[in-house]
Design a protein around this ligand. Sequence first.
Ligand SMILES: [Zn+2]
Length: 305
Amino acid sequence: MDNNMTYCDECRKDVIYIEKEMVFRERLNGKKYTYKGIMAICPKCGSEVYVGEIMDSNMDAIYAEYRRKNSLIPLEKLLEIPKKYGIGKRPLSLLLGWGELTFTRYCEGYMPTKQYSDILQKIYDDPNYYYSILESKRDNLKSNISYEKSLRATNTVIKESMRPITKIDIVSEYVKTKCEDISPLALKKALYYIQGFCYAFNGEYIFPDNLEPCKEVGLSQSEKEVIDSVIKNLCCYSGIILKDFTRLEEPWLEAKKDLPDTEESDITISRESIGKYFVSVKEIFKMTGPSDIKVYARKMFRKIN
Ligand SMILES: [Zn+2]
C-alpha cells in the first residue's frame, strides 16, 4: 500500500504517499457523523493528497456509519440478498413492486429509504418472509424461470436454517404478506377456516395435529386456491367479526358445550370437528370450488347482522 504514487499539488510532482488512520467528523443530511477513515499524506510537505481509492473507502466508511446510526441495512447484507435467494437485482425490485432499478441502485451505494431498508433487512434475516413474498407476489416477475430459480434457492436456505418450520408458519406468513395488515385474532380465525376448507375441498388437513416441522416448504396449488379464497372472502372482515362467525359454527358450539366452564381462550377445537363441519358446509352450500367460499362468508355476515 505504501508504495502507491500520487500527485502532490504543493510539491508539484508525484510522491509516494503515506496513509494515516484518522477519525473524521462530517455532516450528512443535517446530522453529525464520526467515522474512522484514512488520510493520504505527502511525506515531503505533509499536506493531504488526493487518492481516489482512499476517498472511496472513506465514503464507504461514512455511509456505513450513517446506515448504522439510522438502523439501515448494511451494504454487505444488502449485496448478499440476490445470491442468497437466487434472484437477480432487477427481478427482486419487480417482485417487491418497486421500480425496476431501485435495488440495483441500492447495490451501487444509494441509500434506501427506511421503509425499503426494513423490508430488505427482514428479507435478509428471515427466509420464510422472503418465501412468502416470492409466493404471493410471483406475478410481479416477468419470467417463470426467475421464480423457479429463486424458489429452489429459497428452499435450500430454509432447509438449512436451524429453526424447524411448521406448515402453520408458512401459511401464516403467506396470509400476513397478502393481507399486509391483519390482526393476530383475524389470522387465528383465517387459519381455522383454511384448515376447514382445505379439508372440505382437498380431502386432507393442511395442518397436522402436532407442530411437526414440514418436509416441503411449498404450498400446493390446491392449498393456495383455498388460502387465497379465504383471504379474499373472509380476511376482509375484522378479527372480531370473524370471531362472531365462528361462534355460530358447529365446532365452536360443540367444544363449548363439552366444556361450559372453561375460559374461552383455553377451548381447543379438534381438527376432526372442523373437518366434519366444513365438509357439511360444502354440501349444504353446494360449493364446487374454493371460490364459493364467498357464498358462505356472505351468509355468515348476514347471520350476525
Ligand atoms: Zn508534497
